[in-house]
Structure formats: structure tokens, C-alpha cells
Write a protein that binds this ligand. Sequence first.
Ligand SMILES: Nc1ncnc2c1ncn2[C@@H]1O[C@H](COP(=O)(O)OP(=O)(O)OP(=O)(O)O)[C@@H](O)[C@H]1O
Length: 632
Amino acid sequence: MLHCRFSAYCVVADESAGRQVPIAFLERVKDDLVSKYGASDKAGTNAATNSLNKEFGFVRKMPALMSSRFLLLVGESFPIRRALATHKNASSLLHSSIHCMSQVEPPNHGSLTLSSVGFQGEVDKPINKGGKSSSKVKPLLGSSPGSLKSKGIGKPIGSSEKKKVFGIVERKKQQIEAAPFAAKSFSELGLPLVLIERLEKEGFSVPTEVQSAAVPTILQNHDVIIQSYTGSGKTLAYLLPILSSIGPLMNKVSKSASGGDSGGKMGIEAVVVAPSRELGMQIVREFEKILGVENKKVVQQLVGGANRTRQEEALKKNKPAIVVGTPGRIAELSAAGKLRTHGCRYLVLDEIDELLSFNFREDMHRILEHVGRRSGADLDPNVKRTERQLIMVSATVPFSVVRAARSWGCDPLLVQAKKVIPLDTVSPSGPINLSRPSVGSTPDPTKPSQASVESLPPALKHYYCVARLQHKVDTMRKCIHALDAKVVIAFMNNTKQLKDVVFKLEARGMKAAELHGDLGKLARSSTLKKFKNGEVRVLVTNELSARGLDVAECDLVVNLDLPTDSTHYAHRAGRTGRLGRDGTVLTICEESEVFIVKKMEKQLGVTVAFCDFVEGKMLVNQEEKALSTSRK
Ligand SMILES: Nc1ncnc2c1ncn2[C@@H]1O[C@H](COP(=O)(O)OP(=O)(O)OP(=O)(O)O)[C@@H](O)[C@H]1O
């Protein structure tokens, strides 16, 4: 235990001994305990033991469960020491387990305590102005150990120190509330003139709501989670503040402070991480669009699947100030000493909930440990900020992201397009907590639901129809004709079946192509290009295209296979209806799967109306449609 600097004990839940312990359950236990007893109350421990015993009976079997790979902190007097003492391999097992936990444990930040991973006895109240929730930016609960440390507070704080800290928070709240949340032009957001001119040249004249909220907040050096629905312009929301302090478009103050145009003379200044090659390349193109052709070399893509040697040569030759890439390639280059990121000022984690997944665990660990971690910087009184500014982005923000932000960030804020979601109404269980109606509340059918507002574009229409497996492609074809859809993305779960669907569609004269991760890099790029320029009408794909893919004209998304959960549904659905455009989502399921559609409908708080296709027309269940319309 001492190795890992935990000041709380652990419940070791077993994944590998055949007992699948639902994480949701463990999180619920944790939350119950905290709300009942507070994080440090010993009564909480007993309750934890009883609760886990009752549900799984595994507390008594603790030594047998030491093969676990999953750790959860729950209370203070759990008998783990005894378990450790009786188990021969406990120390090494803990090491491997701690490795998992290290995603939420910042190095050199003192003990990892319950509060450092997001536990608090009290919950923060929403930012209020005259009693109303008026702001769109919300401080996340608790300061991370790192943030406290950077303010010179390493130990439990006394009341005068508390006042000081709370004073800082109060001031921040006031600054945040002053942000122009519904800016009518980019010039209201505090961006440099040259950058605004570039935006206008590219046809961007009015910021979206999330940009209005995020740009000033990031410019004030806050760590943030940006959460807003798909297609609402989250990329520019972080790209603009970065470009206003890095590279040739930066404002004059930053320019003189950094001694010039930066342009890589100071090493890499911003690292943007995205979970897929396609998304990474798309972000690079967005940077290039704003930078202009003449400044293209300021940004470089470091995505997997591309030639690594060439990337290394380009890094040496062009000395980019910004790199955008996938976790694997960034971590690989960093480990090989080819990427100088210790002095990096911005670390952006786009699609953060996906980046937190098991697949990226080790690479993300390396990135978080190395990017923007200047050794000895906190000893230099001239360095205002000892660490990088952390920006996390997604349309879906599960509680794990909130926890990660608290742990890795410095007083992070939650930035949303519409309003503040008080964290005390957020349940830590469930897949898309921040986008679900609060627990216990009955949705009002006359109002737009929380979920549709938060993670899905409000104008999206959702339908489902029932078809047998062998008729699904034909049903999709009927739907495309009935809606006269021009740009269609069809999602499936199994890569091997994509080719079949393409074949069937082409046989009926509909131009289609498959896109998945097993294709070579050239095939992937050329398929996407053809789809974007209209040569391909139906893109048949898998989860690879569900996140971030921005094809503005996409007017129909079809789920030929059900998405695994409502989070996946939201990201798939979000490929259409982007930036206020109309869009339709059709889920084609078998009779036995209807209940799953209904479950997701409930979780997302949208209406998914039943429909059928008869004589070239789409027939919609009028009752469900009426409900759907009244919600808008
Ligand atoms: N202020 C703006 N005015 C006009 N177009 C914009 C503006 N901001 C962004 N866009 C465009 O809107 C589209 C969607 O933006 P973006 O991909 O950043 O959305 P997103 O919120 O990140 O979506 P997702 O959650 O699916 O990744 C892009 O084509 C982008 O260029």
C-alpha cells in the first residue's frame, strides 16, 4: 500500500476470477457512502464492507481476490492490510493494479486521497446569479492536489487558508460569469485581430454557444472540460484560444512575452490527442484552415498508420509549435525522445471519454506524465503556471471524465453551451451522466429533454423500424429513397459484414463504400475523400467513424446494427444534423431488440418513433411523432 501513496484503503474487486463486478455498482456504493458519511468517516468503511458483502460476498474472500486488476477506493478501515499480509504476491499484484489507477494519479502530487479522485462530503452548488443558474461554466468539485500544491498548500488547510482558497475560487467565478456567453461576433471573445480576420476569410463570423463560453475561459488559463452536443463546434472552441497564444496569429502580448512567433523555437507548445487517425487529420485540417497555407507548417499530424520516420524528419525540419495525433504515435515518439513536449503549454484530449478507455491506457499514461511537465518549473518563481493547461473535450462526459479532470487538472471548469449542470445532480452511475435527466426527475414531455439538449443536436429526428436480419439492407435502401437522403452513413458492429452490405447496395445501383480500421491508410483516405465530395452516397462503416467525423452534408445515419449503448448511439447519431442542419437517424432492429431501442430512448431523453416504409413513403407512428414534436 505504501508504494502507491494511497491514504485510503482499497476494495479489490475481481475481474479475472469469473466475477464480473459492475463498475456502476461500485461507484454507486462509493457515492452512497460519501453522501451518507463523508469521505473520511469510519462508519463509511463499515457500510462499504457490509454493502459489498451483501452484494458479492467477496470481502471475506479478499486474499483469493488478489489477482484483481481493478481497484476502487471506498473508505478508511477496510481490511486490506490483513489481506496483503496473507497474500504472497500482494506487493507485485498491487503494483500492476496501481498501474491501472495511475491514470487518475498525478505524479508528485502527494498522497492520492479520496478527495483527489473526486470524493467530497459536500457538493458544490451551481454558480448562481441572483438565485438563478445563469452561467455556463462550472468549477468542478475540489481542487486537485496538484492545484493546491501549486498554490503552496500541500497539507490540510486551516480556516484562514481555506478563506484564501475560496477567495480565489470566488474571484474566478466572477470572472467566468462576465464571459460573453452569447457573443454575436468573434471580436467579443478577446481574440487577436489577425485571427479574427482569418476566421472571417474562412466564412466564420458568429461563434457558436460553446465557443462563446469556452474561448474566454481558456484564454483566462483555466483547465476545462468542454461538453456540448455533437457538431456544435467544439474543435474551434479550443483551437482559437490556442492559436491566439501560439504561432503567427497570436496576440501581440503573447508574442512579445514569448520573444517572437514561437513557431517551434520553444519546442512543441500544444499537443492535441484524438482517438482515431481520421479525427486527428480532421483536426489538423481545421488548424490549417485557420492558419492559412503559408503557415501550414506550424501544425503537424502525428497519427498512427503513417510513416514514422517521415514524421520524425518533418518534426526536425519544420519545428512545429502544435502537434495533433493519436495516443499511440505521440507516446511512441515521446518515448523515443523525438518529441520535445516538456515545455508544452496546452494538452488537448479530444473525445476524452474514448481516450480514457482501456485500449489507450498506457499511451495516455505516458502522455499525461510527460506533456507539459517541466521538471523543476514549480521552483521557478517567474513561472506563473507550473503545468500545462489541460483541455478535455467530448459530447458525452461520464463521471470518470469528471474524476480524471479533478485528478489531472488545476481547478478545472466544466464549460457547456447552454447552462450549468450542478454536479450534485449528477449521478456517478450510468454511461452519460451529464447528459441524462437527473435521477428521480420525471421528464416533462412538453419540454426538450436534458439529454437531447446536451449531447445530441436538438433538431435531430430519431426513428426505428423492425426488419429481419436478411431484410435490413433493403429497408435501409427504402428509407434512403423515401427521405431522398443524399449523404448517408450506415453503422454496423462487425467489420466483416461491411463488404456484403456495400455489395448489396451497389447491386441495386446505389454508390457505396466501406470504411474501417483494417483498411490501409490510403484506402481510408480515398474512401473518405470520395464520400465527402459526393462520389459515394452511402458510407458503410463501424465505430471508427462514430466519433468526430465531420461531413456537414450528412443527412441520414442508419444503425444497421444496434450501438452498444446510448453513448455510442449519441456519437453515431451526431454524424448528422451538424451545426443546426436537419438530420435523421434510423435504427433498424429485429423485433427482439426493440426493448433495447426503448431503453436507449429513455436514457437519452429523446423520442425514437416507430416507422415503416410503404410504397416509397415513410410512415411514422403518429402518437410517437406527436410526442416528439411537442418536445421541440
Ligand atoms: N462559428 C462557426 N461558424 C460556422 N461554422 C462553424 C463554426 N464553428 C464550427 N463550425 C463548423 O461546424 C462543424 C462542426 O464542428 P466540430 O467538428 O468542431 O463539432 P464538434 O462539436 O466537435 O462535433 P463532434 O462532437 O461530433 O466531434 C465543422 O465543420 C466546423 O468547421
